[in-house]
Design a protein around this ligand. Sequence first.
Ligand SMILES: [Zn+2]
Length: 318
Amino acid sequence: MSDLSPPGVDRHTHLEGSLDPGWVRQSAAARGLAVPPALELLWRGEACPFEGFIEAFLFGAELLDHPDAIQGAVRAAVSRLPEGHGEPRGLDLWVSPHFLVEHRKLLPLDQLWKGLEAGIAEAARQGVRIAVVVDAVNHFGPRHGHATLNLVLPERPPWVRGFSTGGLEGVPFREWAPVFDRARAAGLRIAAHAGENGPGSNVREAVLEGGVARIVHGVRAAGDPGILDLLAARMVPVDVCLSSNRCLVPDLDPHPLPVLLAAGVRCALGTDDPGVVPCDLPSEWERARRLGVPAEGLEQLRRNAVEDAWCLNPGEGS
Ligand SMILES: [Zn+2]
């Protein structure tokens, strides 16, 4: 039934976490590297401690040292979208240029942009639109945030539409506000991973003190009606990644997606790191159904996925 089919828009996935497992295995073998046990565990759908997830994520990320590899990662992310059946298809793609270019020096910035450009053009030929969101690491602090902007702003391609923080929610969002202000002034939209590995109150702080316009995860805010009211009243989009949460926030059981939707929060689904925690948009949709999200909630997820996607709705500095 078309009214219960998943949307064609993945609202949150990381380039570095989207790699095709077969490609990772092949690339590792070609370099004489053994795939770490943590990644094998995750690929089999088994539980893994957070440190293991990070090790698994970084193992794949460090294979991204060539534009072809970057393009292949975009292709893998696009392949996890459902067929569009004439509906809009798109992907809001988080990318960590500072990690790839400066921190690990895997490839120069122009080669990263070249690979992304090729992947985005290939996706466009399949009717898939992509917005890139530059991800900085919260716990590295605002100086790292400014360094990331110094790297990407001078020759920013037009498909780089957003700036976000990820990693551990270790530095208060009010301290990030000047970085967000600078990114916004340069025409980028602002998102943050919040209320995932940090408390739900981080979601309120991100919105009120950081000026963040979009929340990734936000799931720990579900127990605080005041924060849910704030998100609903301000129509803040929230990207929810069920498989990722099950792996990295295992204490959240049952998952609060139905609570968020019932409170009027503008949630949409994303895959987060589907090359590490295997999933795709149709499987996330099935998970939402199995959580008991009612038909009107599913319809809301579909509508929000399209209406709030940055890949489909270019906007500046919001
Ligand atoms: Zn994420």
